[in-house]
Design a binder for this molecule. Structure first.
Ligand code: M6R
Length: 611
């Protein structure tokens, strides 16, 4: 996610800002930039890549100034590039803007700025639209605060914005609407940032800015205005965290933080692509109805967790779109001479978009004429660049090696793609579609509720952490989720775990069941529930210790299980969005009990760019 730092005060702004941006590097970004007002002139330097690239660009220039803003960008609108990097400016380069989030109506605003004011845009970003909009308003108002107020009335979306103007080098104006923003209170200096770690070296006293509030900061004073432009008082918040825990926002590990970020990621992935009528807007995807009707086969290809998301994708696409789907691990796909042709849709799933096996499989499919659509979290990544269409997940940067929020947002994309294609192809009705979307919209709240049960799962982990092996079983979609639960546990806790479709147990694996063998059984598919209960009975008869995951209300399973975890009631198809979470938490707490390096497990890398 993007990072924001603003400074006004007695020190050299450039040094404070670069230092603050470095503290936000852990969040992931693809370009960085800074703007200062030096000797009455706005100066902007920005560069694609790391902050080191920006520092090289600046070289020995001290950029001496007491006011400035800086940004690390995580691309959303437009690929990572020098031009798309922030800060952005208005046409005569007198106002600079940095921005986190999204301006939903930026295309409409851009059109208006072009048509009415003949503005020539330099970048593909929604952020430049803000800079140009404020620039046009400023010509008339000649006041930065008033111009930002006026611009706010025209913008829709979720954002945090910070602005400086060449003609008012004594003030910074910032706005928060659904994206984090804080103000650091110094002596003779004030700071603006998206996150506390950026400021910890300088201040411990901050104002937490709320939605729809606007900030006017000078070196000696900070004023906060509500949405009606009335000045309001804010209590000072005293930061007690150290830098390390601040990066994790108080969570002990990134993995746990990312587990808790799932409701937000899911809501963003879904809602950002829904129009007012509830229809999915596949902006940036050019799949036509005719193409969808002509696909005779779909391949979903990925690695690890992303492959597990593909297993759910297969199920749901086959059900809703009625096209056969094969799911392959990418490292196998290209060596088995797959039957791909022009009527094949190839879907690559990848959090990083840099996984070499997935990229190679994509190239193989493309060379055989397939249409390539990728589901990717990192904008501008190799997989995204080489695909015909990209469906971005909105998980935000995932830092822990163990993938969690990327998985659930990948699932969300699978549901959305299936619903979109099903509606286009006529294999589902609008009524079915609307109900399904409504159910998906209810998931983030259900997940929030479920996350309150984390202490229960931690308790289970404390009892069970010293097992040498664990089995995960399930049927239908539960079996797909059990593969993911097993991978999570083994990669971070180093316990030998194994997942198998529950009905397959009796064909061999049941030989391993002994008194006390730990089995985690998922029973979240109502239509398979009775069958699952029978499978659990089979292993209980061999003495297995069963921890079952079921939907609230399905209590008959309790009689067969040693431990129960209930997830909120939901339709079967979307249960994986919730049922995976207890497995993520269980893996996390077990690994913690075992003293493992949770965020960076041994032998693993976040992005696997070798074959
Ligand atoms: O970046 P990708 O989604 O392409 O990565 C794929 C796998 O390497 C990744 O999911 C891996 O399995 C994770 N460590 C799982 O937690």
């Amino acid at each position: 996610m993007c990072g924001i730092v603003g400074y006004i005060g007695k020190d050299n702004a450039k040094d404070v800002i670069i230092d603050g941006l470095k503290k936000l590097e852990y969040r992931g970004y693809d370009s960085a930039g800074i703007a200062v007002v030096r000797n009455g002139k706005l100066e902007i330097k920005k560069h694609v890549g790391g902050i080191a690239n920006l520092e090289n660009l600046i070289g020995d220039d001290p950029m001496t100034s007491h006011i400035g803003i800086g940004h690390t960008r995580w691309a959303t609108h437009g690929a990572p590039s020098d031009l798309n990097a922030h800060p952005h400016s208005n046409e005569d380069e007198t106002i600079a803007i940095i921005h986190n989030g999204i301006i939903e109506n930026y295309q409409e605003l851009k059109q208006e700025l072009i048509e009415k004011h003949n503005i020539k845009f330099k970048s593909e970003t929604d952020t430049e639209v803000i800079a140009q909009l404020i620039g046009v308003i400023y010509k008339e108002k000649k006041d930065l605060l008033e111009s930002v107020f006026a611009a706010e009335e025209k913008m829709r979306g979720a954002y945090a914005i910070v602005a400086v103007a060449q003609d008012e080098p004594d003030k910074i104006v910032a706005v928060r609407k659904d994206a984090p923003l804080i103000v650091g209170l110094g002596k003779g200096s004030n700071f603006i940032a998206s996150d506390i770690p950026a400021l910890l070296k300088y201040v411990k006293e901050i104002y937490l800015i709320e939605n729809n509030e606007t900030v006017l900061a000078t070196a000696d004073e900070v004023k906060i205005f509500d949405e009606n432009r009335n000045e309001i008082k804010r209590e000072v918040f005293h930061v007690t965290w150290d830098a390390d825990s601040a990066e994790k926002e108080g969570f002990e590990h990134f993995m746990l933080k990312e587990i808790y970020e799932q409701p937000k990621g899911l809501s963003e992935t879904l809602n950002r692509r829904l129009d007012e009528t509830g229809k999915i807007n596949l902006e940036g995807i050019t799949l036509t109805k005719e193409q969808i009707e002509n696909f005779s086969k779909i391949y979903i290809v990925a690695c690890g967790t992303a492959y597990h998301a593909g297993l759910v994708g297969k199920y749901i696409i086959e059900q809703l779109v009625k096209i056969p789907v094969e799911v392959d691990v990418a490292s196998e796909f290209r060596y088995r001479n797959p039957l791909v042709d022009e009527n094949t849709l190839f879907i690559a799933i990848s959090q990083s978009g840099e996984t070499l096996d997935t990229l190679a499989a994509l190239r193989e499919a493309k060379s055989k004429g397939a249409r390539v659509l990728s589901v990717v979290n990192v904008v501008g990544s190799s997989v995204a660049r080489e695909s015909d269409d990209v469906f971005y997940t909105w998980a935000g940067p995932e830092i822990a090696v163990a993938s969690t929020k990327a998985y659930t947002t990948q699932l969300m994309c699978m549901y959305m793609l299936a619903l979109y294609m099903g509606l286009e192809k006529g294999t589902i009705t609008r009524e079915f579609y609307d109900r399904f979307i409504k159910d998906l919209q209810g998931i983030p709240a259900k997940l929030e509720t479920f996350l309150k049960k984390a202490p229960e799962i931690e308790e289970e982990a404390k009892q069970l952490y010293n097992r040498e092996q664990v089995f995960f079983i399930g049927r239908g979609l539960d079996s797909a989720v059990s593969y993911e639960g097993s991978l999570k546990l083994k990669e971070i806790s180093y316990i030998n775990s194994f997942a198998i479709a529950a009905g397959e147990l009796k064909h061999g694996t049941i030989a391993l069941m002994e008194p006390g063998t730990l089995v985690i059984a998922l029973a979240c598919q109502d239509f398979l529930y009775e069958k699952m209960v029978s499978n659990i009975q089979e292993i209980k008869a061999r003495g297995a210790y069963v921890m079952a995951v079921a939907k609230e209300g399905n209590v008959s399973i309790e009689a067969q299980s040693d431990r129960m975890i209930y997830i909120p009631e939901c339709r079967d198809e979307i249960a994986p969005l919730i049922s995976v979470v207890p497995l993520q938490l269980f893996a996390y707490y077990v690994a913690k009990e075992r003293g493992c390096n949770i965020d960076k497990p041994k032998n693993l890398a976040k992005s696997v760019t070798v074959e």
